[in-house]
Design a binder for this molecule. Structure first.
Ligand code: AMP
Length: 438
């Protein structure tokens, strides 16, 4: 890997260097060091990089530079020159925001189009001169069908979180969109994982791509202090309330497996005096945006989300993630905890694991190739069938063994056990917002 450590050495022009410096970035992340010069050369790119690596700036910044140097070639209203496809509305909104942030000293125009919101403002935006469209596939095809966007002048295509797009069933939409683009174009594909489907898609859409790989998919957790709390299912909600209060967590993203579970948990926490909101696919876009905003601005300390809703959420320096239930797919654990410990900052992830989930836990530990430390809280009993729990797993010094249904004082009594995430849990809002990209 190159040892370039300054943005100025990557071939970026002054307006972009200023915007990066305005954002407070001192040096490029590894994906930026590798990707920016190659994108500026006009090469196609196949990038293995997950959220949290700085990949968004890694592609938006060089694209802005390429488009601004070729601005004379603007094709006219409704005919964008760059298309970024994302799996979710939230990610589309966030990529759009990044384009605005890094492009603030340029005069390029960007817009985002995604479903779940009124289409009319999107019509209006597309009627003007537009350089960059950030879109989810379904809504983009609606616009194509209504002839409000013409993709025949696309110079650069980006598929962001391509694996997620395939997981969400967008493959046919993507193929339809590819057919609408000029054959001669620059294409960039970002994906955290590389299944056969992704490889096939990449083979079909990329031309002699440069491959860049940063942070193998289980590297992000290196930055994250991970703990497991074994607990009976019926005690999970009380335990979470207890831990949030006890550790004075100010900003915690909690994952549940189901939408219903997310709602019930948010209601329970609110009843316990801990303001919480749930975001999931059944909520309107307005409700999701509001909840995210309240969470990012620090007005509500807890956001409960399902995996799909949380995909692509860009919450910078999130200090704490809780897996209220473990995901069925071990890779999703890595994605979830990648919400914290981003771009070099440290974070903590705690998983509440009941007896039914011990098998899932073993799968996760196999994937990340290490055991996760167990912790325990007085008054909360470990599941009664922990025999499957691997004896190899070390426990934090001073921690009580996590197995055995030890009866303790009533739940909610002050914990004398070690705190999840070590000594930095009561860190207040030290890891909180930087601008509005929290
Ligand atoms: P991403 O992987 O694109 O989701 O970016 C993760 C986070 O890292 C975002 O919140 C960015 O604002 C932040 N970030 C991106 N590039 C840098 C950089 N060079 N230095 C510090 N933070 C960065």
């Amino acid at each position: 890997m190159s040892s370039v450590s300054r943005f100025a050495d990557l071939g970026l022009a002054d307006p972009l260097l200023r915007a990066l410096s305005d954002s407070g970035y001192e040096s490029p992340t590894p994906i930026q060091t590798q990707a920016i010069p190659r994108i500026l050369e006009g090469r196609d790119l196949l990038a293995a990089a997950q959220t949290g690596t700085g990949k968004t700036a890694g592609f938006t910044v060089p694209i802005l530079q390429l488009l601004s140097t070729r601005a004379a070639a603007r094709p006219g209203p409704g005919r964008p020159r760059c298309l970024v496809l994302t799996p979710t509305r939230e990610l589309a909104a966030q990529v759009h925001e990044s384009v605005e942030t890094y492009g603030k000293h340029l005069s390029l125009r960007a817009t985002s189009v995604f479903g779940g919101v009124n289409i009319n403002p999107q019509f209006r935006a597309l009627r003007g001169q537009i350089d960059i469209v950030v879109a989810t596939p379904g809504r983009l095809l609606d616009h194509v069908g209504q002839k409000t966007v013409d993709l025949s002048s696309i110079e650069i295509l980006v598929l962001d979180e391509a694996d997620r797009m395939l997981d969400m069933g967008f493959i046919n939409d993507i193929r339809r969109i590819l057919k609408l683009l000029p054959a001669t174009r620059q294409s960039l594909l970002f994906s955290a994982t590389f299944s056969d489907d992704i490889r096939r898609l990449a083979d079909g859409m990329l031309n002699d791509p440069v491959r860049v790989e940063v942070a193998a998919r289980n590297t992000a957790p290196e930055l994250v202090r991970q703990h497991v709390h074994l607990v009976e299912t019926h005690q999970k909600r009380d335990l979470l309330s207890h831990l949030i209060k006890e550790n004075r967590w100010q900003q915690v993203l909690v994952f549940t497996r189901t939408k219903h579970g997310a709602n019930k948990l948010a209601e329970k926490l609110s009843r316990d005096g801990i303001p919480a909101a749930a975001i999931h696919g059944n909520k309107t876009q307005a409700a999701r945006t509001k909840a995210l905003h309240q969470f990012k601005s620090g007005r509500i300390p807890v956001l409960v989300a399902t995996d799909i809703a949380a995909r692509g959420l860009d919450i910078d320096q999130l200090p704490q993630v809780v897996n209220f239930e473990l995901p069925h797919v071990p890779e999703d654990y890595v994605h979830r905890i990648g919400r914290t410990g981003r771009a070099g900052t440290s974070g903590a992830a705690l998983s509440l694991v009941d007896g039914e989930e011990l098998r899932l836990l073993s799968g996760i530990e196999r994937l990340i190739r290490r055991p996760i430390e167990r912790i325990q809280t007085e008054g909360f009993v470990a599941p009664s069938r922990p025999a499957n729990d691997s004896p190899r797993n070390p426990r934090p010094s001073g921690a009580r063994p996590g197995n055995g249904a030890r009866k303790g004082p009533p739940r909610g009594s002050p914990s004398k056990g070690p705190r999840p995430g070590g000594r930095r849990q009561g860190q207040g809002r030290s890891g909180a917002s930087r601008g509005n990209r929290v």
